[in-house]
Every structure is written in C-alpha cells, then in structure tokens.
Design a protein around this ligand. Structure first.
Ligand SMILES: Nc1nc2c(c(=O)[nH]1)N[C@H]1C(S)=C(S)[C@@H](COP(=O)(O)O)O[C@H]1N2
Ligand SMILES: [Mo]
Length: 258
C-alpha cells in the first residue's frame, strides 16, 4: 500500500506540479506545460489522483501514452519532412550517444552481418556488400535531438520500405525493433518504417558512414527525433509485442515524432 501524501494546501499542489514539469525532458514541452498544465488538468487527463510522486509518475506516463496514440493518428505516411540544399549541411555534424565520442563502437565491417528475426519470411543475414548492391538514394534533412540541438546532414542508403518488402516482412505488424552493437536499442511503428524518407543509411555526406555516426548502418528517419534513429544496427526484428527502447524505457515518449 502506497503512503499517500495528501495535498492539503495549494502550495503543496504547486510543488508536485513543478516536480512533474521538471520530469518532462524537452525544454519546449516543459515550457508549454508550465503555461498550460494545472493539477486538476493532469488529474482529469489521466484519471489519476495526483497525491504523491508515484502518482505523478503514473500520470505523466499516461500523458505520454496518450501522446503516442495521438501522434500515430495524425502521422501522415505520405507527408515528407523538409529537405535542404547541400550548402545548408551543418559542419561538423554533431556526435551524440549515451557515452562520449572516445567510446564509439568500432564494428568490423567485413565480419558484420545484419541479423533478421520475427515476422519476416526471409531471415537470411545480410553482409554490407549485399546491402550496398540494393537501390540507394540520399537526402539532406534535419536531425532534431531532445537535448535541445538540431543539425542538417546528408545520409544515403536503401529505402527501408524497399528492404522490408524484399525480405518479406509482415507489413501489417505493429513494430520494427532494432538492436545495436553498443547495447542501444529502439523500436518504431510500421507506418514510419514504410515512410518514403526512412533509410537504412550506409553513407554520410557521400562517404561510407563513419564510426561515430553509426557504421556500418543506421536507420535515418527525418520524421522522428534523434533518439529514435539507431546507429550501429546489428539486428532488426518485426513484432506485435511492444519492444520499448533504451531512452523510451526511461520515460522518453515512444512515438518520438519530430
Ligand atoms: N546505437 C546508438 N544509436 C543512437 C544513440 C546511441 O547512443 N547509440 N543515440 C541517439 C541519439 S539521442 C541521437 S541524438 C543520435 C545522434 O546521432 P549522431 O551521432 O549521428 O548525431 O543517435 C541516436 N542513436
Ligand atoms: Mo538525441
């Protein structure tokens, strides 16, 4: 049984709310909540009585799940994210990971095989040479990180929808999950996996993808925030069971649209 902190004064309520807002990671979202959220509002929205810290946590999780559904509903599979001229590429393009740049994983490209599992008809592993023989395209798009920066970069590679069809993935499944060489993992909704701008990126700025940007292969989606774009992909699986993700399991919104 939870020990409940009863909200006796408006000031106590304010403190809980301020705490809830602090727990929201994105500064712009935090500012938005600060202007719009009331304790009653959060309770109404979530059906939770906001009486202690774990209730706040639960209420915020519900808001985030509500956001996932809303974002999935408004996601237009044919609407393209903006693209930019090469002259607008951010140089140098920032590095980011859950560790520092001196700890970037060095993957052996010759030994590397992309593993496939789950609801996929042809689960043969793929070598880098085989992936390079598939149709390629490139795009200059903006990458937006929740930590408060964005940058324009150029990625090239195989349209993911082409690849998923080629290997006979169940395109009616809910999720595509990714496991990375550095223990990072994430998952996306099938409509985003099939979006025309979602790429299995093998190059950055016309060169083989450098280690810091995710060699040998990353998934690049201009329709999703940075943390949804997995680098150093080792395995891809298709499933109807919610796979979560490294940051998502720590409270980042799962849909993560940008
Ligand atoms: N494997 C792996 N992929 C990852 C991450 C990571 O730590 N490991 N970090 C994510 C985050 S939060 C961001 S912003 C981008 C950064 O990509 P970049 O180094 O190409 O800028 O990678 C994403 N994909
Ligand atoms: Mo990020």
């Amino acid at each position: 049984m939870l020990k409940k902190k009863i909200i006796t004064t408006p000031a106590a309520g304010e403190a809980i709310l301020a705490d809830a807002i602090r727990k929201v990671s994105q500064p712009s979202r935090r500012a938005f909540l600060q202007r719009t959220l009331t304790l009653g509002g959060l309770s109404l929205l979530t059906g939770c009585s906001i009486s202690d810290d774990s209730a706040v946590e639960q209420a915020l999780t519900k808001v985030s799940q509500f956001n996932d559904r809303a974002q999935a509903l408004i996601f237009d599979p044919n609407r393209l994210a903006p693209t930019y001229p090469d002259s607008m590429i951010t140089r140098p393009f920032p590095f980011n990971a859950y560790y520092g740049e001196d700890e970037v994983r060095e993957v052996d490209g010759d030994a590397w095989r992309l593993e496939l599992s789950g609801l996929i008809a042809d689960r043969q592993p793929w070598s880098l040479a085989q992936l390079r023989k598939l149709p390629q395209t490139d795009q200059v798009t903006r990458h937006i990180c929740v930590e408060g920066w964005s940058a324009i970069g150029k990625w090239g590679g195989v349209p993911f929808s082409y690849f998923l069809r080629r290997v006979g993935a169940d395109l009616s499944a809910k999720y595509v999950g990714f496991k990375c060489a550095d223990d990072y993992f994430t998952s996306i909704d099938m409509p985003t996996a099939l979006h025309p701008q979602t790429l299995m990126a093998l190059t950055y700025d016309g060169q083989e993808l450098p280690p810091r940007y995710g060699f040998p292969m990353k998934l690049r989606m201009p329709t999703k925030l940075g943390y949804k774009n997995p680098k150093h992909i080792q395995a891809i699986f298709v499933t109807n069971t919610y796979p979560g993700g490294y940051w998502e399991d720590q409270g980042y919104n799962w849909f993560g649209g940008s």
